[in-house]
Design a protein around this ligand. Structure first.
Ligand code: FBP
Ligand code: AFP
Length: 319
């Protein structure tokens, strides 16, 4: 099986991009090792801080963030980083070619129950020779040059795209290497599986309520087929399931939120997952537009997300 470094040497022309991807994924191996120790390492539970979005940070959120931050700031190809756990962007090297945004540990409510979590990353190329500013990060997702995640589940998997299909690698813990295990994965256009947090149903738009009600009606309703539901409480787990066996994932805006943006972050969650899903033949939209076309207004901006099986996303949008 091809190792990640062999794959990158064969498929990624830029040695700087190879370097950033290798530094990111090497650090994810260390995060994976820390997660495997769990309670034994004394790193579970709360850190006692809040991030910029007012969410309480777990110790592992902070530890993973610091690991990625330190490794990426030391990497000469990195111009600057933006993290879900940092208030502002952090400049690295004025000649670095890449801007990287990341969610160091997505699904952190799953940490204490020993369930799936992941690291999500998104890369943009930059030019010139100057310190990075936040404005440089505010580019539509269609300009990403690479995006992916590392899923910490029963096995640790790396899934990424450089705009030419989606490939999956599994961490061989004996060799300490990511090995290519799933090539050019595709999301089927049709599905009978959906993922949405149903406890928010009463807060959704009338259209979203009507769409999900019709899914739940199954064969007895207008869709004429039965649907199953899954919810991992970590977008990285839900998207991984969709890449492996299809489905639609929705985190819509709801009436609790006056900005009508929903919960998910554009730069750390929606954009990288949209690039992966589109590269696997699926679709990724808010209720009004393609996610990858959104012009970001801030690095911590939130957006509604509807992604996965192309025909099911179209159907949802038709409501
Ligand atoms: P499998 O081992 O066949 O996947 O079944 C698991 C299970 O029996 C329970 O562990 C779980 O609670 C339930 O199925 C989930 O079923 P559903 O498909 O209705 O969500
Ligand atoms: P955390 O990393 O703060 O746990 O958030 C994860 C997440 O943003 C996303 O990965 C999940 O899909 C979503 O939250 C789950 O949210 P619910 O609390 O609505 O289940």
């Amino acid at each position: 099986m091809q190792s990640l470094s062999q794959f990158l040497a064969a498929h990624v022309a830029s040695s700087s991009l190879q370097e950033v991807l290798l530094v990111t994924t090497e650090t994810c191996k260390e995060i994976s090792a820390a997660l495997k120790k769990g309670s034994l390492a004394g790193i579970l539970g709360m850190a006692g801080n809040e991030n910029v979005q007012g969410e309480e940070q777990k110790k592992l959120d902070v530890i993973s963030n610091n690991m990625l931050k330190n490794a990426l700031l030391a990497c000469p190809s990195v111009r600057a980083i933006a993290s879900e756990e940092e208030d502002d962007i952090v400049p690295a090297h004025t000649t670095g070619e890449y801007l990287i945004s990341f969610d160091p540990l997505d699904g952190s409510s799953n940490i204490d129950i020993n369930s799936m979590v992941g690291t999500i990353f998104s890369l943009y190329r930059t030019t010139g020779d100057h310190p990075a500013t936040e404005v440089e990060f505010l580019r539509p997702g269609k300009e990403q040059v690479a995006a992916g995640y590392v899923l910490y589940g029963p096995s640790t998997m790396l899934v990424f795209t450089t705009g030419n299909g989606v490939n999956m690698f599994t961490l061989d813990i004996d060799q300490g290497e990511f090995l290519l295990t799933h090539e050019n994965v595709k999301v089927a256009a049709e599905t009978q599986e959906f993922a949405i947090n149903m406890s928010n149903q009463r807060f959704w738009s009338d259209a979203m309520q009507a769409y999900v009600s019709d899914l739940v009606l199954g064969k007895d309703g207008p869709r004429g087929k039965n649907y199953n539901m899954r919810w991992v409480a970590a977008m990285v787990g839900d998207v991984h399931r969709i890449l492996c066996r299809g489905g639609i994932f929705i985190y819509p805006w709801d009436k609790k939120d006056p900005t009508k943006a929903g919960k998910l972050r554009l730069m750390y969650e929606a954009n990288p997952m949209a690039m992966l899903i589109e590269n696997a033949g699926g679709k990724a939209f808010t209720h009004t537009q393609r996610i990858l076309d959104i012009q970001p207004e801030g690095i911590h901006q939130r957006v509604p997300v509807i992604l996965g099986a192309a025909n099911e996303v179209d159907k949802c949008l038709s409501y």
